[in-house]
Write a protein that binds this ligand. Structure first.
Ligand SMILES: Nc1ncnc2c1ncn2[C@@H]1O[C@H](COP(=O)(O)OP(=O)(O)OP(=O)(O)O)[C@@H](O)[C@H]1O
Ligand SMILES: [Mg+2]
Length: 308
């Protein structure tokens, strides 16, 4: 199963969450591969105390080495790492063919879980890699700027997905017509447009229902500091449903803990050196929710004042 971790803003904790969930899954005995797809600023290996691995995606793109063959051991049983590449190859320079080849190789990797750590931003390569996943996960901090970026990221991924659907089923022209005449149909936004399209044609309704059935974004809140922060995830669920008509799973959160910062560059990843910490427990819970596609039960956490 492929998981992709995106979220728009830099520094929210995508790589920390990727490395920690990967460690947890590997410890459960699941064969796990982490793929650092942050082509500009690959640093996932740092979370395992590794120096820059010898092989990287540059070897895959430039030297045509198979993806499986550039994975390196992370130092933890069942957990391998495929690293990104700095400088020599930024995401702008990957062409369509290279991207499709990367996706084919990712799908063919021999693992129970493949977790892709995406870079910040909404570049189309990032969005396309996000859409490739069976579990689309966004990591955000509870601050307003991070939330705005994350909403923009989800919206951009949704637009990209719609564009694929419109193109694949030759709907682009008729949809553009409907949008041009939106005042006549009382359409104000994208959500209204999709509702209108589904109501006006059984074929379009069937296409959307089929194509969008797997489009579920899983939200992870990181660097949470107060019980009130935890509730932000609930609000995001409503915002995505009300403005985009999208179902979102609030998979869980991890609190802010200085120990995470201190642990960077240490030989042992956080989940091993701090295995009994609240953050480790929260990460296990959110990984299990992502596997099962279930929501965290927020009210109970907040009522218990679990951050105090
Ligand atoms: N829960 C947390 N508590 C404390 N510090 C954290 C937590 N999560 C992440 N950090 C710290 O925040 C910094 C950024 O984290 P990380 O590198 O995982 O973010 P990122 O989203 O991958 O960033 P980028 O977009 O630049 O790749 C790191 O120094 C990390 O140790
Ligand atoms: Mg990162």
């Amino acid at each position: 199963m492929i998981w992709a971790i995106g979220g728009g803003k830099g520094g929210t904790g995508k790589s920390f969450i990727t490395s920690s969930m990967g460690t947890y899954l590997a410890q459960k005995g699941r064969k796990t591969i982490l793929l650092d797809a942050d082509l500009g600023g690959a640093n996932l290996h740092t979370f395992f105390g590794l120096t820059r691995p010898r092989y990287s995606l540059t070897d895959f793109f430039d030297k045509k080495v198979a993806l499986q063959d550039i994975s390196v051991q992370s130092g933890i049983a069942n957990l391998d790492l495929i690293t990104g590449s700095i400088g020599s190859l930024d995401s702008e320079s990957i062409n369509h063919g290279q991207k499709q080849k990367l996706f084919r190789h990712i799908r063919a990797l021999d693992a129970d879980h493949i977790i892709i750590d995406l870079g910040a931003g909404t570049h189309i390569n990032t969005l396309d890699t996000f859409l490739l996943a069976d579990r689309m996960i966004v990591v955000t901090a509870p601050e307003v700027t991070a939330l705005e970026n994350m909403y923009h990221f989800i919206k951009s991924a949704y637009f990209r997905k719609l564009k694929f659907i419109f193109k694949a089923y030759d709907l682009t022209t008729s949809i553009q017509e409907t949008w041009k005449n939106r005042a006549t149909y009382d359409i104000h936004n994208l959500k209204d447009l999709i509702i209108h399209l589904k109501q006006s044609s059984d074929r379009v309704r069937d296409i959307f229902d089929r194509e969008m059935s797997g489009f579920v974004v899983h939200i992870v809140l990181n660097q949470v500091r107060t019980p009130r922060d935890i509730l932000v995830g609930e609000n995001l669920k409503s915002v995505c449903m009300n403005f985009l008509g999208l179902p979102v799973v609030y998979a869980g959160y991890a609190r802010f803990d200085e120990a995470v910062l201190k642990n960077i560059n240490s030989k042992e990843p956080f989940m091993l050196s701090n295995r009994l910490s609240p953050v480790a427990t929260e990460i296990k819970a959110l990984a299990e929710n992502i596997i099962a596609g279930t929501h965290i039960s927020v009210r109970k956490d907040v009522a218990n004042g679990s951050l105090s």
